[in-house]
Ligand binder design. Structure first.
Ligand code: NAX
Length: 350
């Protein structure tokens, strides 16, 4: 028996020793989200405990000295899966042969900056990075856009990389999803994993619609509808929604910095689910290409939907009933995205 176990152990060890490293890019790598994120990726929380990783860290030239410090710290973690760390300010290095790209870096809003100017600056960044994906990355690369405005940046990146399937691009609304899940769990008094199938519809902005009409709470071993478990419709249709929508601003007000630890955790959740799939019977929220959806959302947007993931491919959860309350909120966030897209496209073609 012991010999058999030892042989199995050897097989597993040999298999893991032979696994080819994957190349993972994080942009904005000298920033605060990346600082919380890189350790989790490098120790195997996202791509698996047997998957060696080459981490490519891209930031702008003035941040290279800071990036050096991040590289030193990653080396000092002595993580066995981390085979190489490549800091760079060059897209031709950063986007080469990528298996996964996590695009965190973007132009932040500066004092006095108009929304339009911010969008223009970000269109320029995500056009360049999309073109670099097109030119240098693997066609199978999975791209997650985090930098705001995440949905529209993601759309611009995907339009600038026409030979990579649109389905390979997604943007982060998992933080909003996790916030919604946690708010319901705290209200009912259960752990967060006892709440499933919340949905974030639309834009990662204050127009997003956190929807719990189909969410389920497990309490005392029994599954019940979230609306019944919470038993307070006016909270669910009022303060719950505004709390989730405004949570980012509330964190900034309290911390004087935007969400970083929770954003990093959400990025890990999102990418891990792309890599390994969602648990049976559960869905998650992510911003994906809207064309062909069954919910009447306009085509050609990156819009957050409920999705299930299998074999590294997502599928929108179809057939959920949508009442008038939900319809209004889903349309409002779609209208914001349409306007944002149309403005962004004028910059893209300029
Ligand atoms: P930081 O300002 O701490 O870091 C951003 C980093 O990006 C900086 O090091 C900067 O030099 C770098 N950068 C700027 N332009 C770049 C470019 N062209 N190429 C490579 N790197 C570039 O911001 P942080 O708190 O880390 O937030 C990063 C982004 O995430 C922001 O746009 C933020 O709004 C967005 N967020 C998105 C969330 C989401 O759910 N989608 C939630 C968290 C976060 O607010």
């Amino acid at each position: 028996m012991l010999t058999l176990l030892s042989a199995m152990y050897l097989v597993v060890r040999t298999a893991s020793a032979q696994a080819e490293p994957i190349r993972v890019l994080v942009t904005g790598a000298a920033g605060q989200i990346a600082y919380s994120l890189l350790y989790s990726i490098a120790k195997g929380d996202v791509f698996g405990k047997d998957q060696p990783i080459i981490l490519v860290l891209l930031d702008i030239t003035p941040m290279l000295p800071v990036l050096d410090g991040v590289v030193m710290e990653l080396q000092d973690c002595a993580l066995p899966l981390l085979r190489e760390v490549i800091p760079t300010d060059k897209v031709e290095v950063g986007f080469k042969d990528l298996d996964a790209a996590i695009l965190v870096g973007s132009m932040p809003r500066k004092e006095g900056m108009e929304r339009k100017d911010l969008l223009k600056a970000n269109v320029a960044i995500f056009k360049t990075q999309g073109e670099a994906l097109e030119k240098y990355a693997k066609k199978t690369v999975k791209v997650l856009v985090v930098g705001n405005p995440a949905n529209t940046n993601c759309l611009i990146a995907s339009k600038s990389a026409p030979s990579i399937p649109k389905e390979n691009f997604s943007c982060l609304t998992r933080l909003d999803h996790n916030r919604a899940r946690s708010q319901v769990a705290m209200r009912v008094g259960v752990p967060s994993d006892s709440v499933k199938n919340v949905t974030i519809w639309g834009n990662h902005s204050s127009t997003q619609y956190p929807d719990v009409h189909h969410a389920i709470v497990t309490r005392n071993g029994k599954e019940i509808a979230a609306f019944d478990a919470v038993n307070d419709e006016s909270w669910l249709k009022g303060d719950f929604i505004s709390t989730v929508q405004q949570r980012g601003a509330a964190v900034i007000k309290a911390r004087k910095l935007s969400s970083a630890m929770s954003a990093a955790k959400a990025i890990c959740d999102h990418m891990r689910d792309i890599w390994f799939g969602t648990p049976d019977g559960e869905w998650v929220s992510m911003g994906i290409y809207s064309s062909g959806n069954s919910y009447g959302v306009p085509d050609d947007l990156m819009y957050s939907f409920p999705v299930k993931i299998k074999n590294k491919s997502w599928k929108v959860v179809d057939g959920l009933s949508i009442n008038d309350f939900s319809r209004g909120k889903m349309d409002a966030t779609a209208a914001e995205l349409v306007e944002e897209r149309d403005t962004a496209l004028t910059f893209l073609s300029a």
